[in-house]
Design a protein around this ligand. Sequence first.
Ligand SMILES: *Cc1c(COP(=O)(O)O)cnc(C)c1O
Length: 328
Amino acid sequence: MPIVWKKKLQTPAKIYYKFEGNNTSGSHKLNSAIAQAYYAKEQGLKGVTTETGAGQWGTALSMACAYFGLDCQVYMVKCSYEQKPFRREVMRTYGAAVTPSPSMATEIGRKILADHPDTSGSLGCAISEAVEMAAKQDGYRYVLGSVLNQVLLHQTIIGLETKVALDKYGIQADMIIGCAGGGSNLGGLISPFMGEKLRGERDYQIIAVEPASCPSLTRGKFAYDYCDTGMVTPLQKMYTLGSGFIPSASHSGGLRYHGMSSILSQLYHDGLIEARSVEQTAVFAAATEFARVEGILPAPESAHAIYVAMEEAKKCKETGEEKTSFLD
Ligand SMILES: *Cc1c(COP(=O)(O)O)cnc(C)c1O
């Protein structure tokens, strides 16, 4: 429990967090990258293709592929490729080939560039390019770092570890807060707690936090949509802003996805989780304050959850409630 932060916020609320950033990929994504690279190797593949936004997924997969001796080709959203040159070089260090997307290397990339020559790219475009390249090369498959059920399954490790830790210390959370891009980290975090909630054993207030620039749960439609801009993937029922949606070039690259995991979408539709969208400037102010008291420089994505935890802690100050919140 961050004692200093609690003091600084002068709140009766108790706040706990799970830090997944202590690896080179800087995020929870290695949990799924290792599993996916392992199965790709077992299947006898030569390599995999993928997309990356801010670069965390691409980094995690590059690391995993290096461990298993697989080739790794990453299509990185162009604005992040330019905003975050160190990320792209880390991927190259692990042996991945990194291409800014949309690119001239694929048919879909050329088409997107012909229609929108100045586009800063999107995860949807990068997915289309990665899928096309996997289909064109023997022994290659496309892998995705979030959204899909198997990725949520791998990420349940976050929730399982959290539950063990909370149970061990006899802590009962009232609220669970997580940022949501494609939804795998939040989906994984809440899975054991949602089980308790669905079975009527315990209740939790669960909040998904997304950027105001890419508000798929709070502003999207619950409908069948493509996972990519080029409309080559299977349809997925989810909250979506439309597969052609290109978000502004905000810093939270990992949250700039037009859709949301089907599992989280259904839970949101059924009123079992809430969603909030928040502005980047307020999020960065919260991240700065958190860094100064906790010593951890949070990712822009995680800072979305930090901001909402802070707001909720301030509310408890007004009402005097001793709520316990958990964030990831
Ligand atoms: C990718 C990423 C996210 C978003 O994860 P989803 O599982 O797609 O919601 C959040 N935080 C960090 C640090 C990330 O790298």
